[in-house]
Design a protein. Structure first.
Length: 408
């Protein structure tokens, strides 16, 4: 999530620093070197007969005294990942909190990316547009007229991806509904800052892509356009300010592996979780920045003062206190959070449905493309398979694997 420098911005519904970590294997990959497959005298092949997933943390290494878990995601066993949360301080272009994350299969053929959010602005007032051009100089924010998710995908993002062809695209009304849930809260804040009217327009699209080199992909794109009417005290009219916000995820894989890739994509995206303590601390910080900027709106615009710094410090210290004992509670909130993070799952409804499974640790959403699922009841490790003869407790000689049951 990224918060724009102006007061007139809604916190987006979707997620989303190379400084977070260097490429590292998922935790299970470090501990497991070989798997003895002797259960029924038959060899089972990982990635063919079964798929193992491990929960990987996406860290914020910048804001807290100690690195804090901001998000987590289920990745296939053995995938390498890098990236994390990065901050842009108040007073700078694109001030806010953003995320950059990527993961790659062991053979390097498949990859999954969460792109930093992009913001751009426009106005009915040409002078405001010119001022925005001078200030919005970051690679993550710019100036331009509003577009919807399909237009952004086709006219902007595909160019960055070397212009692959679109073999299929679908609008995602479930995601649009989830993106709209905080509209009233955002509208109330903006109108308290002086807006006369605030309108939101959310669009989301899921597209299948194809390149000429035999690679295929699944692109997820959501765009929010905020239209804000601002009274012009000099002539009694209104200026209309437009702020647009785009979030993107992309899974690239060999076209020959499309069927398996769709299942893997479902598990990964449905498995994204947000750390509520980290989210609350960062939201408190940026809300106070917006409040202070509003107070200074008619005076000299200065960077955040000592009072705001103290409030921000207090918010982060409170977050640190909550984070100190989080490891013991982490997996329980992940199991409960399917409602909060259902935007990610709703994107997948345009690809393949999900199923809800339960183990001793709680509920988790996994791909409906598999007939059987197992877990270690730790909220971190999962195996899925369509092979009726596969049993990880015997194949992997690990009795911690227990089959999960489907629930509503």
């Amino acid at each position: 999530m990224i918060l724009h420098k102006t007061a007139f911005l809604k916190l987006a519904a979707l997620l989303m620093a190379t400084s977070a970590c260097n490429a590292q294997p998922s935790p299970a990959a470090k501990n497991k070197t070989t798997m003895q497959q002797t259960a029924t005298g038959k060899n089972f092949t990982a990635g063919k007969d079964y798929f193992e997933f491990t929960r990987v943390k996406i860290m914020d290494n910048e804001a807290f005294t100690e690195p804090a878990e901001a998000y987590s995601i289920l990745l296939p066993q053995g995938w390498l990942s890098e990236g994390g949360v990065f901050w842009t301080a108040p007073g700078n272009a694109c001030a806010g909190t953003n995320v950059r994350f990527s993961a790659k299969s062991p053979d390097g053929k498949s990859s999954f990316s969460i792109y930093p959010a992009i913001i751009w602005s426009w106005s009915s007032n040409p002078q405001s547009v010119e001022m925005s051009r001078q200030f919005n100089t970051s690679q993550y924010c710019g100036v331009g007229q509003p577009v919807d998710a399909v237009q952004y995908l086709e006219n902007v993002w595909l160019r960055e991806l070397q212009n692959p062809g679109i073999t299929d695209k679908k609008n995602n009304p479930e995601v649009v509904q989830a993106m709209s849930e905080n509209d009233e809260k955002g509208r109330t804040e903006l109108m308290r800052y002086g807006a006369a009217q605030v309108n939101y327009r959310h669009t989301a699209v899921t597209a299948r892509l194809k390149w000429n080199d035999g690679m295929a992909g699944i692109a997820l794109c959501g765009v929010t356009n905020t239209e804000t009417y601002i009274p012009n005290v000099y002539n009694g009219t209104y200026d209309i300010s437009y702020t647009s916000y785009a979030t993107r995820m992309l899974f690239v894989f060999p076209e020959s592996e499309t069927a398996a890739a769709e299942k893997i994509m479902t598990v990964m995206v449905a498995g994204v979780r947000t750390n509520p303590a980290w989210k609350q601390a960062t939201n408190d910080y940026w809300k106070d920045v917006r409040e202070k900027k509003h107070q200074q709106h008619l005076g000299t615009i200065r960077m955040i003062d000592e009072r705001t710094q103290q409030i921000a410090k207090s918010a982060i210290e409170n977050g640190n206190r909550r984070l100190s004992d989080m490891d013991n509670q982490m997996r329980s909130w992940e199991a409960r959070q399917s409602q909060q993070d259902r935007t990610h799952t709703n994107f997948i409804k345009a690809i393949r449905e999900v199923e809800t499974y339960r183990d001793d640790n709680g509920k988790v959403e996994l791909s409906a493309g598999y007939d059987h699922a197992w877990s270690r009841s730790d909220g971190t490790h999962f195996i899925m398979s369509n092979n009726p003869n596969f049993d990880p407790s015997s194949v992997l000689q690990d009795n911690r694997w227990k089959e999960m049951r489907k629930v509503d």
